[in-house]
Write a protein that binds this ligand. Structure first.
Ligand code: FES
Length: 857
């Protein structure tokens, strides 16, 4: 087949019915165009065909013949939209970026031809880009970039990109795991269980394809989609055909498909022996689950309360006397799926010397290298993990997972590189999720309006995984009043949950912060004033003062006082988070050809750590941009952190600063730029370390290199919503996010992180919900049309405020923000809906049907 792409003709051996995107990526080798949803929903595969943007996943390859195709590579980095994306940091992980850029370029050209150099409205930009999704939530900056490009502001001048790899990402040059092309590479496909609960009697592959058995020792599958085996083929189609030939003999066992059924007396057991329970996966963030009891499919309670009996007694007595200062309610949150746009993927390649190269889309190059060495019985230096760019993770990519094990095993058998890339259905069904929750809360105030008691019972639904920690987080907020906090896991035959940005935090904030608002109503007190009074944290006091002074807050409508179809509401919620750090982090600097080269074992999944390292070295060594190079995304001798628990920047940045100090010493330059000394310093090498905090850490020793630092970060979110009381629609129109996390290493990138966190919080509040067929256990929302994440039109205007004080004891002066900035968002949306309508939502997401029913009642 002849195709002309970016002005060059190619002859490609391809099935004319194959999706055009695979021909462009695998046939032509232009991997800037990304394949994400495969259903025309997300726009990541957008190319211009004769100047018109089209999604190439729905376009048959034959439709490209005789047409002029332009991919992101064809825009060559000089289109005003590309410059604008770089200047305004309209990207994070960058996996969606090529699609946005290709569509944006066509829109800007058309807009300027029709309207001249004027900025379109937010609504016009949202309409033009409504066919694109960005899971990182870079929408606010995308708005800014498109508007600026339309005015001609980026026609000529070259700008300094806000992040160092921006040009690679906006030109399609950035290489992700899914883009790795090795000669002779095979494709691997995983055969998955079609039964929610069964004993597998036998598994047989047809033919002599490379084949891996993935069943656990007991040969029992416990959820639909559990890996059973894997096969390889020359192409994905060939591998899929081989997978369909694998014969699996099931002996069906009775399943439990939802949390309610799992708790009924006599329900079938997901785990029936002590050993099985011990081997259960965890949905928690690394820490081992607290030992506790089991009762059938219910595990728990795990309790982290404080004077729990007193709290329970006070609540009971208040119930008996019908105390109006007792707030009791049951709240629920849905399963929320990570769905990073780059799917879980791995390319494995065994070298002749027995070492293993693993290209993995991961948040943990170091930890994955260690696990891989252990799994295959190799020495640490025999495993090389590479994740040059990572298309998002959000907590689902912190370990050696099935796709990497499969790729490694198949590659060994086939004696050839093997790539395994999960499709969107797999991504949305078996790679983890934030467990759903059901929370019973009782919150009591005494006659002075002080907190007298808090009880929270949370049942977490993490499928076959344990480790729900939601109620326990209630230990950390609002002083030391008595509280009984109990977490339970309800086991079902569903795929395992996994840590998701601020594990447990958003469900806890949803229940507690909604209850605090109800208490404010009962006490007749301003909701911010009540929180300030109950909350002893000085950092959050500063945020409450900032929030209380916002004009939107001072002018907010009285709760439920509005009439008419459209009603505006303002809500607030507070949150805090732990400060995590990897105290063993090192950064190595080497002078190489007049350039300072920085290395550590860390990865950048869109958080911007590459740019933070670059910025610190530029500043501390007085160097221009091109005299600093950062090489990360590889396992190596210099230990670095997993990107989880918001620990990356607080671990890496101080080690970078220490390395810069040591390099100055080594070069003998006390002040000013070191540039003049670099030419004669080739080979100079120093290693900076992340120095211990002044007051040490809460945890006496690091577990898996993770320490809990002293102090809690703080957030206060204020959200404005517009409620359409006829159609039941809620729009978050403006969000103010106050963040107290100390020193901010890169203001622009930190704001971008917070904006993305806020957008994910809006998604949790209003749109995201996994649905499972109750009769079969099949996940129904296994595509991006049915699993709804926020688009650009759902993006509120966002203002982020940083409070810097209170972290002098921390080396570097700053802690993490990525989780903190999402925790209270959904609760602030709920409280804003309460303010607008007088109706008190208890279940997330606040769907139109639920809202209409609520306000009618
Ligand atoms: Fe859009 Fe990551 S930057 S998905």
């Amino acid at each position: 087949m002849d195709v002309k792409v970016n002005g060059t003709g190619y002859v490609v051996d391809a099935d004319p019915d194959a999706p055009a995107v695979t021909v462009l990526r695998d046939g032509v080798g232009l991997t800037g165009t990304k394949l994400v949803c495969g259903a025309g929903v997300c726009g990541a595969c957008t190319v211009q065909v004769d100047g018109t943007p089209m999604v190439s996943c729905l376009l048959p390859a034959a439709a490209l013949c005789g047409r002029e195709v332009t991919t992101v590579e064809g825009l060559s980095g000089s289109h005003p939209v590309q410059r604008a994306f770089a200047a305004h940091d309209a990207l994070q992980c960058g996996y969606c970026t090529p699609g946005f850029v290709v569509e944006g370029a066509a829109f800007v050209d058309r807009w300027r031809a029709e309207h001249g150099d004027v900025a379109p409205s937010r609504a016009e930009i949202a309409r033009a880009l409504s066919g694109h999704l960005c899971r990182c939530g870079a929408y606010a900056s995308i708005h800014t970039a498109i508007a600026a490009a339309c005015t001609g502001a980026h026609d000529t001048e070259d700008v300094r990109p806000a992040r160092v790899e921006a040009m690679e990402k906006i030109t399609g040059r950035a290489r992700y795991t899914t883009d790795v092309r090795l000669p002779g590479r095979l494709e691997g496909v995983i055969v998955r269980s079609s039964s929610p609960h069964a004993l597998i009697r036998s598994v047989k592959a047809a033919g002599d394809t490379a084949f891996v058995d993935l069943l656990p020792a007991d040969r029992i599958v416990r959820y639909i989609g559990q890996p059973i085996a894997a096969v390889a083929g020359r192409t994905r189609a060939e591998a899929s055909a081989a997978a369909s030939q694998v014969l699996v003999e099931y002996e069906e066992l009775p399943p439990v498909l939802d949390a309610e059924a799992a708790q009924r007396p006599g329900a079938p057991l997901v785990y029936s022996t002590k050993a099985e329970r011990k081997a259960a996966p965890s949905s928690g963030e690394g820490a081992p689950s607290l030992p506790t009891s089991w009762n059938g499919n219910v595990r728990g309670p795990s309790s982290l309360g404080w004077r729990g009996r007193t709290a329970a007694r006070r609540v009971e007595e208040a119930k008996q006397r019908n105390d109006s200062r007792l707030v009791t309610a049951t709240f629920s949150t849905p399963v929320q799926v990570h769905t990073a746009l780059e799917p879980h993927s791995c390319v494995a390649h065994w070298q002749p010397d027995g070492s293993l190269d693993l290209y993995v889309s991961t948040q943990a190059v170091g930890a994955v290298a260690e696990s891989a060495a252990e799994h295959w019985g190799l020495r640490p230096e025999q495993v090389h993990v590479v994740a040059e760019h990572v298309g998002g993770g959000f907590g689902a990519k912190t370990a050696l997972t099935a796709e990497a094990i499969v790729a490694g095993e198949l590659a060994k058998q086939a004696d050839a590189p093997v790539r395994v890339v999960l499709d969107r259905s797999e991504e949305l069904t078996v790679t983890g999720y934030r467990p759903g929750t059901r929370t019973e809360v009782s919150l009591l105030a005494d006659e002075n309006g002080d907190m007298a008691a808090l009880t929270m019972d949370v049942h977490g639904d993490g499928g076959v995984a344990i480790g729900s920690m939601v109620a326990g987080l209630g230990r950390l907020v609002y002083g030391t009043g008595p509280r009984r906090l109990r977490d339970f896991d309800v086991l079902t035959n569903q795929s395992p949950g996994a840590p998701f940005r601020g594990p447990g935090g958003p469900p806890m904030a949803w229940a507690l912060e909604r209850s605090i608002d109800e208490m404010a109503v009962r006490l007749g007190e301003d909701p911010i004033a009540l929180r300030r009074r109950w909350d002893g944290n000085k950092k959050r006091h500063a945020l409450y003062d900032w929030a209380a002074a916002l004009p939107a807050w001072t002018q907010r409508p009285a709760a439920g006082a509005q009439t008419g179809r459209f009603r505006r509401g303002i809500g607030v919620a507070a949150a805090n988070w732990m400060y995590f750090v990897d105290g063993n982090t090192e950064v190595e600097l080497v002078v190489d050809g007049g350039v300072v080269l920085a290395r550590t074992t860390v990865q950048d999944m869109g958080t911007g750590i590459r740019s933070v390292i670059h910025g610190i070295l530029r500043q501390d060594l007085g160097l221009p941009d091109d005299r600093v190079r950062v090489e990360i995304g590889r396992s190596g001798p210099r230990h670095g952190p997993t990107s989880g628990g918001s620990r990356t920047t607080p671990s890496v940045a101080p080690a970078t600063r220490d390395a810069a100090r040591l390099l100055r010493q080594a070069l003998g330059v006390a002040a000013g730029s070191v540039a003049d000394r670099l030419g004669s310093a080739d080979g100079t090498r120093v290693v900076g370390k992340r120095k211990r905090d002044r007051r040490g850490y809460v945890t006496p020793f690091a577990m898996d290199n993770l320490s809990v630092g002293r102090g809690f970060s703080g957030a206060v979110h204020v959200t404005e919503v517009e409620v359409d009381t006829r159609l039941g629609k809620i729009r978050a129109t403006r969000v103010w996010g106050g963040i107290a996390a100390g020193h901010i290493y890169d203001d622009r990138l930190a704001r971008s992180q917070c904006e993305g966190s806020i957008i994910q919080g809006v998604g949790f509040a209003l749109y995201e919900q996994r649905h499972v067929d109750p009769a079969t256990g099949i996940v129904l929302t296994d595509n991006l049309e049915d699993y709804r994440i926020p688009g650009i039109g759902d993006t509120p205007e966002i203002e982020v405020h940083f409070h810097h004080d209170g972290w002098d004891h921390v080396t570097g002066g700053g802690v993490g923000i990525g989780e903190l900035a999402t925790l209270g968002v959904a609760a602030s949306v709920g409280n804003a809906v309460r303010n607008a309508t007088g109706w008190s939502p208890q279940d997330l997401p606040i769907r139109p049907d639920v809202l209409l029913e609520g306000i009618r009642s």
